[in-house]
Design a protein around this ligand. Sequence first.
Ligand code: FNR
Length: 392
Amino acid sequence: MAKHGPYFGDLQNEIYLSGAGPALPVTADELAHAAHAAMTAKAWAYVAGGASTERTMRANVAAFERWRLVPRVLRQVVERDLAVELFGQRLAAPVLTAPVGALGLVHDEPELCAVRAASKAGLGFVLTTVAHHSMEDVAAAAPKAVRWFQLYWPGEDAIAESLVRRAEAAGYGAIVVTVDTPTLGWRPRDLALANLPFLAGIGLANYLSDPVFRSMLAEPPESSDAAMRAAVATWIAMFSRPALSWSDFARLREWTRLPVLVKGVCHADDARAAVDAGLDGIVVSNHGGRQLDGARAALDCLVDVAAAVGDRTTLLFDSGVRCGADVVIALALGARAVLLGRPWVHGLALAGQDGVTHVLRHLLADVELTMVLAGYASPAELSVDSVVRERY
Ligand code: FNR
């Protein structure tokens, strides 16, 4: 192994030796509970909510219960190294923070906190299109971080092109196109509060700072409330691109030399189409159950997608990752890395950058100790043979 400590798992000793428990809760459930108490009703509804009955959101977490690691013993896992390389970019562990939009609801500096925390932990950060800060400001907050840009492909190609070119210029290392959002899912918790943050201008920094978007406005959005309302209306009219197809990705290739991934693929045939379209990676995800309710758990989709294209592309995974074993199970089932979603937002809500750091450090310690206890020294040693599917 290349690495000889200190290890993420050393956090365990640090806590015990300190004699005092951490400032924030340790488990994902307790963290969510504490975040709920700290957030406004609208912010909680937006972050915690899923589509319709929320059965897919629950299924994502429940799916992990059906897969179990089978520990291997006496394999002399002393040195260990969780590092992975993705598209030539090195991460200290196979974890990135998932893109999460509209976090101005939760914190004044959401993405600045998160990118700094991810960078300090040596992890990747995926910036949402609908961020509170412009991608250039996020880049300046953590210039050396592994940062990727998530694109909601807008109705206007000129804006899509501008966003992508800006991302490359600002040092983002990949473009992640989210394809599970041709329209917004039906979200009862937000509907009950008539709460769509974007209507209040939350999450539009990348648009309001975009020269092409601004050239489409009659007046600068900051000049008056009416001008801002007009900018929001312009944004709404072009936010999603239901007519997007695999053939559109050829144009994206002309705009950037960065690796291109699609996020939100669940069906093996769509995964094959992504590979056939020449894309560099796939994030198997159902958007944390926020889009299509009644959809299959993302982890079960990972199994099929890995069987179909696992040897031909780079697979990432999200939706339902809550603890170390979840990460290790997803890696065993074919993901090269996972995206962490709601838990980092809970940390942000509770304690800003320190809260995100808390969540990431605790997760990494849990991942590493899980690996050691299961008998694996590095992610590359994991395979489907590391897990079994229980029939309950
Ligand atoms: C998201 N997600 C998301 N995805 C994306 O591609 N762009 C975005 O702007 C957002 N925004 C967003 C907001 C909120 C509040 C949540 C919870 C999620 C989806 C996200 O990237 C990821 O797929 C899910 O969070 C994974 O599910 P869990 O693990 O958080 O349940």
